[in-house]
Ligand binder design. Structure first.
Ligand code: FE2
Length: 335
């Protein structure tokens, strides 16, 4: 089966095409255009204008790269939520148009679950605790009782936004994560900063304010080391607690921040100490991308799911645990 997917939750407009069956994911195309500003901030309606202007070209490029005829596409998936309303609407309208033109079913998918499913498919992890760490989202997710449950999450900003906002205050370009990650390994002193874990949830705003203040007097490498150390240790702590509570044996890191070597190192060490395995998919499928939307669409279509035009309204606040993940089979848990 070949499925085309559209991603447009935030700054990326993407079109991905995948083929495969029974968990074997083959990415035929994963094209995108990203809305980037000098300051790194995102204005929803300006990002939506960008997506609208680029949609046709990105879709054409994906079909060309995949080397397929449009009639070979068997379903059209799109990010239905969560995300920025104006951006989501461009993706939904594009997907509806393609679905109608090709007379193929439409499938609305949850963006966060798409990160999880493509990560599972490409790393061959079966039943992981997922640490989804990106600009806007930070969630610890695991499958239980028919749905992907959120065991812990940020109560304010996403961890990627924390790094970018701090980076912006220090004159580091967008995205700041890779630069801070490099500096992390040069830092020598641990500067005292807040560590805010609230039960299974995280709060980053106090850490950000304190880091900006201390950066006035401390070395930049020491600040990067201390900021990343605290933020990633907070994330690792709640991931470890979710592992302990559920007795799962795998961790899957995904989202743009999963590319951080510092985070990978910390998470891998924790997993080793618990006899668990840590999986990290390659960066192009960790960041926001449309291949993951196409892949979840394909998995849902294999399970006879589809979204009628009337149900295809965008859901900016849709939660990971709103979705019945009926496609997750008990066979997935056999190792
Ligand atoms: Fe994402």
């Amino acid at each position: 089966m070949i499925v085309l997917g559209i991603e447009s939750t935030a700054h990326t407009f993407g079109c991905g095409i995948v083929s495969g069956k029974k968990g074997e994911c083959k990415i035929l195309a994963n094209e995108k255009a990203s809305f980037v500003t000098e300051e790194g901030g995102i204005h929803p309606s300006k990002a939506a204008d960008h997506h609208f202007e680029n949609a046709e070209e990105v879709v054409k490029r994906a079909v060309e790269t995949a080397g397929i005829k449009s009639k070979e596409i068997e379903a059209v998936a799109f990010s239905q939520g969560p995300g920025l309303g104006p951006c989501l609407k461009v993706g939904a309208v594009t997907a509806r148009a393609i679905s109608l033109a090709l007379d193929k079913p439409l499938i609305g998918v949850n963006h966060c679950i798409a990160h999880v499913e493509i990560g599972k498919a490409l790393t061959n992890s079966k039943n992981p605790i997922v640490c989804y760490a990106s600009g806007a989202n930070t969630q610890i997710i695991g499958f239980e009782n028919g749905r992907y449950r959120v065991y812990g999450e940020t109560l304010d900003t996403g961890i990627g936004n924390l790094l970018d906002t701090y980076g912006r205050s220090q004159g580091i370009g967008f995205p700041a994560g890779p630069v801070l990650d490099e500096m992390y390994f040069k830092g020598k002193k641990l500067v005292e900063l807040p560590y805010s874990v609230k039960g299974m949830d995280l709060v980053f705003s106090g850490l950000l304010t304190a880091a900006k203040n201390k950066a006035k007097t401390e070395k930049k490498e020491d600040m990067a080391y201390s900021l990343l150390h605290n933020a990633f240790a907070m994330l690792t702590e709640i991931t470890e607690r979710a592992l302990a509570h559920t007795e799962k044996k795998e961790v899957l890191l995904t989202g743009g921040v999963a590319a951080s070597k510092a985070l990978q190192q910390m998470m891998t060490k924790m997993c080793e100490e618990r006899n668990a395995e840590c999986f990290v998919p390659e960066r192009s499928v960790c960041v926001d991308n449309a291949a993951m939307i196409a892949w979840l669409g394909l998995v849902m279509r294999e399970n006879k799911l589809e979204t009628s035009l009337g149900e295809s309204i965008v859901l900016p606040k849709q939660r990971t645990d709103d979705v019945d993940a009926v496609w997750v089979k008990y066979a997935d848990f056999a190792k």
